[in-house]
Design a protein around this ligand. Structure first.
Ligand code: ARG
Length: 277
């Protein structure tokens, strides 16, 4: 019923992952983080992607950048063009150039230097021909226009209003070219209306599943990897014909992240033949 397409992802091993500062309501530097367990949880996500036949590229983690595991934030890539992130918080600013350097070294030639704060695919999600863009907590609204101009794709600006869902990818997930799932209350009334008009058939997530970071999911069109505690959403997705793969993200969740946060999709970049199965 559902068809998958081969994807190319960039991930960053959580070697230096921990919580030493708090820039979202989930982070508590006084709460211990098990870095070894985070690594196991992250390996499971990567293992699923490679089992599915997707190409997973890796970027070297940089000591002193504990949030660098959240590769989704590193850039937005569409049609092989790269818009590196420009982070809002001082603690994460050095990640922007680190990701930009990876793309330059990897032969990506069309790399734009960001002017406005944008947190990559944390706030910019490709949905069919358009890009859904979040603002309210992290990405500057002006980065939406910058993104539209650079990629030449329509950008739909959406306003996030609940600090627990500070990045778009914590409140909305793209399941295939024309289907999304989202938690309506994370958005302003106007943005809820926009989403209703554009996606009348969308899957609406409950608060319980949203808090479990169920919307921080990665879909290849058929298989959806998501936090295992988002059981209601997983059941709904299976009802819609998707295969669901629940994973334990207890440690990543302590930083306010989960599956999608760890995954930067390189839309439109060539996939190496060896990766295709
Ligand atoms: N601690 C990180 C931050 O607050 C988590 C980022 C999660 N990434 C994401 N794509 N939502 O920036």
């Amino acid at each position: 019923m559902r068809t998958s397409t081969t994807r190319r992802y960039l991930m960053c091993p959580p070697e230096h992952f921990t919580v030493t500062y708090a820039i979202n309501p989930w982070m508590n530097p006084n709460k211990p983080v098990d870095t070894a367990l985070a690594r196991t949880q992250w390996e499971r996500i990567r293992g699923l992607f490679t089992d599915f036949g997707h190409q997973v590229d890796l970027i070297d983690p940089v000591p002193g950048l504990p949030d660098m595991v959240f590769a989704a934030n590193g850039a937005t890539v569409v049609d092989g063009r790269v818009l590196p992130a420009s982070f809002r918080h001082t603690e994460r600013i050095p990640e922007g150039p680190a990701y930009a350097d990876w793309f330059a070294a990897g032969g990506f030639s069309d790399i734009h230097t960001p002017r406005w704060v944008n947190e990559g695919q944390g706030d910019f999600l490709v949905s069919g021909g358009r890009i859904l863009a979040g603002s309210g907590f992290r990405s500057d609204r002006r980065s939406h226009h910058e993104t539209q101009e650079f990629f030449g794709r329509p950008v739909i600006g959406l306003t996030l209003v609940d600090p627990r869902f500070y990045h778009l990818d914590t409140a909305l997930t793209v399941l295939d070219d024309d289907l999304i799932a989202y938690f309506p209350q994370a958005f302003s009334p106007g943005s809820q209306e926009v989403l209703r008009r554009l996606y009348p058939d969308a899957v609406l997530a409950t608060e319980e599943d949203a808090v479990a970071f169920g919307l921080n999911a990665v879909s290849d069109g058929r298989r959806v990897v998501l936090p295992q505690s988002a059981v209601g959403l997983a059941a709904e997705l299976r009802f819609k014909g998707f295969e669901t793969y629940g994973v334990d993200v207890s440690e990543l969740h302590k930083a306010g992240g989960a599956v999608k946060c760890c995954t930067l999709e390189l839309h439109g970049a060539p996939v190496f033949a060896g990766a295709v199965r």
